[in-house]
Ligand binder design. Structure first.
Ligand SMILES: NC(=O)c1ccc[n+]([C@@H]2O[C@H](COP(=O)([O-])OP(=O)(O)OC[C@H]3O[C@@H](n4cnc5c(N)ncnc54)[C@H](OP(=O)(O)O)[C@@H]3O)[C@@H](O)[C@H]2O)c1
Length: 264
């Protein structure tokens, strides 16, 4: 995918990895549609992208609210834009044990990470098919590849994305729809601060594991390079990525490690 002059819709653009990807791409004369809930933060990213020579449209919406997703899609389509790519970074993490988490909290995580993400995709996909193709990227996590303590529904929601988007790819390769699943390890963003706890409130802590992670800027550079090459899976992070290979090739070692790991 050559980015220049393409129209790219990015969710999760108000902070962390999504914001860093928007800024990275804005150096390549693209037309960005940027989404997240925080309108003020979104406006700041819009200004930075414009300074870098790209156009940027702010379309705030809540992934956890179907009506809000619907309105955002209508607003974008009313502008008669041709959307070349949709990159999903919007999402929330979790910091709570299965034994103490009410199902309402599990549902909230799924509403944002899974249902909101697939709802927006379902608006954009027919448009891309009609226009002869496009690129869709979704952000999973290394815990989308294996279970991890203190992250049960977060991990489950990310694993669900793999199933959905692999199926979408299988159905739509013939329509020139390219699908990339981004699999970050530990990236230094506010993901743990914004993670939901057993009470459905924000965790409000920068976990030690997060704090020592790869920078969002470096992560974004890797992601953009691999999106350009239309890679089907994009693993990005530090030495923690080894866990993906341990889970696959040495499952007994993974079972041992996962039950003893410090989840913070
Ligand atoms: N950082 C990591 O180590 C890591 C590792 C694996 C996977 N990931 C994934 O990477 C993606 C980006 O996370 P990040 O690390 O950049 O964390 P972040 O800084 O907390 O960013 C999360 C983004 O998602 C948006 N978002 C959250 N809830 C939303 C909602 N209900 N509606 C619309 N937008 C919402 C936030 O915008 P608003 O608050 O403005 O709505 C924000 O822009 C997420 O999908 C995350 O699961 C991150």
């Amino acid at each position: 995918m050559i980015f220049s002059h393409k129209t790219i819709w990015i969710t999760g653009a108000t902070s962390g990895i999504g914001k860093a990807v928007a800024l990275e791409l804005s150096n390549q004369k693209v037309n960005l549609i940027l989404s997240g809930r925080n309108e003020e933060a979104l406006q700041k990213v819009v200004s930075l992208c414009e300074k870098n020579g790209s156009s940027a449209l702010s379309v705030p919406f809540d992934l956890g609210d179907e009506k809000s997703v619907d309105e955002a899609a209508r607003r974008v389509f009313s502008k008669q834009l041709k959307i070349d790519a949709l990159y999903h970074f919007g999402g929330i993490s979790q910091r709570s044990f299965v034994s103490e988490t009410p199902v309402a909290v599990d549902r909230k995580i799924f509403e944002v990470n899974y249902f909101g993400t697939i709802a927006l995709t379902k608006y954009v996909l027919p448009h891309m098919i009609k226009n002869g193709g496009g690129q869709i990227a979704v952000t999973s996590s290394i815990v989308g590849k294996f279970g991890f303590p203190y992250r049960s529904s977060y991990s489950a929601s990310k694993q669900a994305l793999h199933g959905f988007f692999e199926s979408l790819r299988a159905e739509n390769t013939k329509h020139n729809i390219v699908v990339s699943v981004i699999i970050p390890g530990r990236i230094k963003t506010n993901i743990s601060v914004n993670a939901v706890n057993k009470d459905g409130k924000t965790h409000e802590k920068m976990d030690a594991g997060q704090d020592t992670g790869m920078s969002a800027e470096k992560c974004a550079a890797v992601i953009c390079k691999k999106l350009k090459k239309e890679k089907k899976e994009i693993l990005v992070g530090g030495k923690e990525l080894i866990m993906v290979h341990i889970r696959r090739f040495l499952p007994r070692l993974y079972y041992y490690m996962a039950s003893r790991v410090n989840p913070l």
